[in-house]
Every structure is written in C-alpha cells, then in structure tokens.
Ligand binder design. Structure first.
Ligand code: AMP
Ligand code: MG
Length: 343
C-alpha cells in the first residue's frame, strides 16, 4: 500500500496553482498521479521515465503488451515525440486537437519503451480539459496516461471511481468532479496513406470524414471475429461486476426480457435512455439521458453503480450506432455476455 494524496481542484486560482505544483513534483519524482481529462480520468506518469511508467502497469494490473497514450499540451510537444508524418495529420491536429482524439504516429524513441510496448509507433493525445492542460504545461513533460481504472473494469468518469479502484496503489489523484465526454478518445492510426480508426471514441467517423475525406476503419470494429490492429482492443474491457445483456428492441420487448430474467436471476437492474426507463418496471433502473452524448457521459457510472447483492444481472438498452453511439456500442458489446434482439 502507498499513501494516495487526494487533491481537490477548487475555483480559487491560487489554490489550483499550488495543487498542480504539488502534483507536478510527484510526477517529476517518478510517481503516478491520476488526473481528469475531457474523456475519462487518466493515470499519469513521466512518459520518458521507464521506471515511472512501470508503476502505471503495476497499479492497473495492465497487460505489458498494451501500449499507453502519451499526453502532451501542444502540437509542438507532440512533434517532439515523432518523426515525419503524412500531411493529413496536420489537418487532423488543427481541427480536432486539443480534443478526444489520439494520433498513432511513428515513434522517435523519446518515450520510454514500455509506453509503446515495444512498437515502432506511439499514440499521442492533446487533451482539452483545463486541469489536464494546466498539469501538462506546468510539468513540461509528456505524460503516459491510460484510463485510471483497474484493467478490465469500466473507465473512471469521476474521482470516486478512481479512488475505488486505485486508492493505495497510486501516489496522487486530482479531483475535479465528473469528466464530460464519458467514453475514451478515438484512436487513429496515422502511419498509412489514409487515416485508419483503430478505436471509435469521442471524435466521430463523420467528423473525421468531413476534414480528411477518405478514411479507413479497422475491420475488427465491425467484425468481432477479426483480430484488432490496436493491441488494447483485444481485451475484454469495461466489465461491470455482474453479467450484462444488451437488449435491442422496443420498450415492450425490454420489459418482456426483464420479466423473463427476473424468474432466473431474481433482482434485475436496467440501464436505458430516460424515454425508455420511465416506462419500465425493474428492481433498479438507471436512466442515462436521452441524447446519445448524455448517454455516453453517464454510461460508465451506470455500469459501476450496480453492485453484487443489489441486483444479479444488468440489462442495457442497445443504442443506435450513430455519432458517439458507435463508441458507446463498441464498449457495451465488449462488456456484454450476450446480445438479445427482437426478431
Ligand atoms: P486506454 O488509454 O486505457 O484507453 O488505452 C489506450 C488504447 O490505445 C489501447 O487500446 C491501446 O492499445 C491503444 N494504443 C496506444 N498506443 C498505440 C499504438 N502505438 N498503436 C496502436 N494502438 C495504440
Ligand atoms: Mg483503458
């Protein structure tokens, strides 16, 4: 066990400055600090320090072959971690960074080799959350930062989620309340002739296409039998404590499934849009919102709320695979043990 310092980010700018300085000192000493980004909380360490980066893998229980994303404050700092890259990358950076998008670029070896898990590419992101930006600017270091959860659990969208998973395993936690987007960044391989989406996320395919036109997508995103090109995508992720079933159909079909599962499992929990949730009867119902952006934002908190003992199974509405719904459904399909569809 190590002592985990928990700092509150307040609206007072002097207090904020002091807290960020303390966190930077911890990072510069080669230790880990969790911090908010606009997607989910990240667990940061100095990306140029192999020993510091190893502490991230240990705290999370993350498989060694799953590379980390290096976070930087500016485009200039991004360029310090890579070599030459295709022209379309400048277009993507100028349109979407800072923001929920990760660029996989040729690595120049500045990041420690455990950041890239031995690959010759490095994933780089410029987050736009004010606390992440402040921390990165003050540290003036690239920070390797995967999601700040135990590997396999849903990503943390509040400081309490981080605390539940990593208290005693990390050196610090900057608490700035809930994050906004709620699902992780879009990972885009930028080493080929056209960009290729490896993981759907906060920036949608439609938005990317508007800027660069032609775009590829890892076939494994659509066909679960294909081997994913991003090492992290092969793991079963985002799993709640309980079995999760995805249900595609109208409200009557969902209610029928709830009633059936009650016979076998006893208590049933449900995650659904507000519209559907208010018409259902179950043991515990968590409405996630109506707009798909709200659903994305509340999804991981919803998955984490259901605890063993309260309910014995979770049924979740299947959402339309449009805009950020593609990322939401990608995560839900990985978390779910089966998918029930109305004929
Ligand atoms: P996390 O930060 O936990 O959300 O995970 C980062 C995701 O980015 C994982 O799916 C990684 O496999 C992926 N990733 C990071 N670096 C690379 C890279 N160089 N090439 C391909 N995928 C990467
Ligand atoms: Mg993760």
């Amino acid at each position: 066990m190590i002592n985990t310092e928990r700092w509150n980010i307040t609206s007072n700018s002097d207090e904020r400055k002091t807290v960020i300085e303390e966190a930077v000192a911890v990072l510069k000493a080669g230790n880990t600090v969790a911090f908010p980004t606009e997607t989910v909380y990240g667990l940061g360490a100095d990306a140029t320090n192999e020993i510091a980066v190893a502490k991230i893998f240990k705290a999370k229980g993350r498989p060694q072959d799953n590379p980390l994303i290096a976070h930087v404050a500016t485009k200039d700092q991004l360029k310090q971690l890579t070599t030459t890259y295709p022209q379309y990358v400048d277009k993507l950076i100028d349109h979407f960074a800072p923001g929920p998008i990760t660029f996989v670029l040729p690595s120049n070896g500045v990041c420690a080799k455990n950041v890239t898990a031995g690959l010759d590419t490095v994933g780089i992101r410029i987050p736009n959350h004010p606390v992440a930006q402040h921390l990165l600017q003050q540290a003036n270091l690239p920070l390797a930062a995967p999601s700040a959860n135990l590997s396999g659990k849903p990503s943390p969208t509040t400081a309490d989620h981080v605390w539940d998973d990593l208290n005693g395993k990390i050196a610090g936690l900057l608490d700035d309340g809930p994050t906004g987007v709620g699902v992780e960044s879009t990972v885009v391989d930028c080493t080929g002739e056209v960009p290729m989406i490896l993981r759907p996320g906060g920036v949608t395919k439609e938005q990317l296409e508007e800027v660069v036109g032609k775009l590829a997508q890892d076939s494994a995103i659509v066909d679960k039998l294909d081997k994913p090109k991003s090492p992290g995508m092969k793991y079963r992720h985002y799993s709640p404590e309980l079995p999760l079933l995805l249900v595609e159909g109208d409200t009557a079909y969902m209610q029928k499934q709830i009633n059936l599962k009650r016979e076998t499992y006893g208590r049933v929990g449900v995650l659904a849009s507000n519209r559907m949730a208010k018409q259902l009867t179950a043991d515990e119902i968590i409405p996630l919102g109506d707009h798909i952006n709200d659903i994305a934002s509340h999804l991981y908190d919803g998955l984490r709320t259901f605890k063993q003992g309260h309910v014995n199974i979770i049924l979740c509405e299947a959402f339309e695979k449009k805009e950020i719904g593609v990322a939401v459904m990608n995560r839900l399909e990985k978390a779910a043990s089966s998918y029930l569809k109305e004929k």
